[in-house]
Design a protein around this ligand. Structure first.
Ligand SMILES: [Zn+2]
Length: 304
């Protein structure tokens, strides 16, 4: 990370600076490391007694980035504040330390490793359906669980009734476009129709099982608690379709009703902004996000 750089890593640094009380009055978090950002960073360094960044043309030292919660993934996972998953009576596989770094579905920082976000940048969970069943049926739970490592997510709930913690909370994973930098991705295994009375868009439909819902609820709770233990406050829950209309059926009526309306809102206190949509980075109007529809949620907006 250095002066003149542009991109998402810079934006996360800027957000962290603002949250640390530094000001970016003219340009805000605009993803460009210019003189205003350099001034804010110098001010932050001064206040924290860091003198190793005396020339703004030098790369920003790691100790400064770490202090802002914007450092790179250390080789030693324990530095991330690794914690044991919470026991809610549903089996869990914690595979976070086995995750390859960089992960192919993550944003890379300048040294080629997965980008670590400021914990304060994280405020939401995005709910997804995988759109397929994972197999083979003969695979052991342990073996099946490992398949979550190739899915772009922080956690994944399986139909057999267990979930996987698949990536550290602070890792920047590509799962929901404009929501990536501030959210955790939860994937639920299966292919479910957008509306319960309809056919699935393609492929073979999955059976709607209670074990899937139990795993999904436990995974939601675990993400909220894990994030809290690291200092993040998860307040919002989004459907993937809110950031990409091509994912209209994601996560679908069945998961929405059972995991969000019946659980995440009343039990975890998460907030749904039903009519919020996020422009897709492609700029295509056809991919602009879609609201949570009335067909899924009485507080929704518009039809499916
Ligand atoms: Zn999705």
């Amino acid at each position: 990370m250095r002066y003149g750089e542009k991109g998402e890593a810079v934006r996360l640094l800027q957000v962290a600076l603002e949250e640390a009380g530094e000001e970016l009055p003219r340009y805000g978090a605009d993803s460009h490391f210019g003189s205003e950002t350099a001034r804010a960073l110098e001010s932050f360094a001064r206040k924290n007694g860091i003198t190793s960044w005396s020339n703004r043309n030098d790369p920003v030292p790691e100790e400064l980035l770490d202090l802002l919660g914007c450092g790179e993934v250390p080789d030693d996972e324990t530095e991330l504040g690794h914690v044991e998953p919470i026991d809610v009576g549903v089996p869990v596989f914690d595979l976070r330390s086995g995750r390859p770094n960089p992960h192919p579905k993550s944003m890379r920082s300048s040294n080629g490793k997965t980008l670590v976000r400021s914990i304060r940048a994280i405020d939401s969970i995005v709910l997804h359906q995988t759109g397929i069943d994972f197999g083979p049926k003969s695979a052991s739970d342990e073996k099946l669980a490992r398949r979550a490592l190739n899915v772009a997510c922080h956690a994944m709930a399986f139909q057999r009734g267990f979930y996987v913690l698949a990536a550290p909370i602070r890792w920047h994973i590509y799962h929901a476009d404009r929501l990536n930098s501030r959210s955790l991705g939860l994937e639920v295994e299966g292919n479910y129709p957008g509306l319960m009375r309809q056919q699935v868009a393609s492929g073979k439909p999955s059976t709607m099982r209670s074990s899937t819902l139990e795993a999904g609820r436990a995974a939601l709770r675990a993400l909220v608690m894990e994030a809290r233990r690291e200092g993040a406050s998860i307040r919002y829950l989004y459907a993937h379709r809110q950031s990409d209309s091509w994912r209209r059926a994601d996560p679908g009526e069945w998961l929405w009703r059972n995991l969000v309306i019946e659980y995440a809102v009343p039990e975890l206190g998460l907030i749904v902004k039903h009519d919020e949509t996020l422009a897709h980075p492609s700029g295509k109007p056809s991919r602009r996000g879609m609201p949570v529809p009335i067909d899924w949620d009485p507080r929704g907006k518009g039809r499916y």
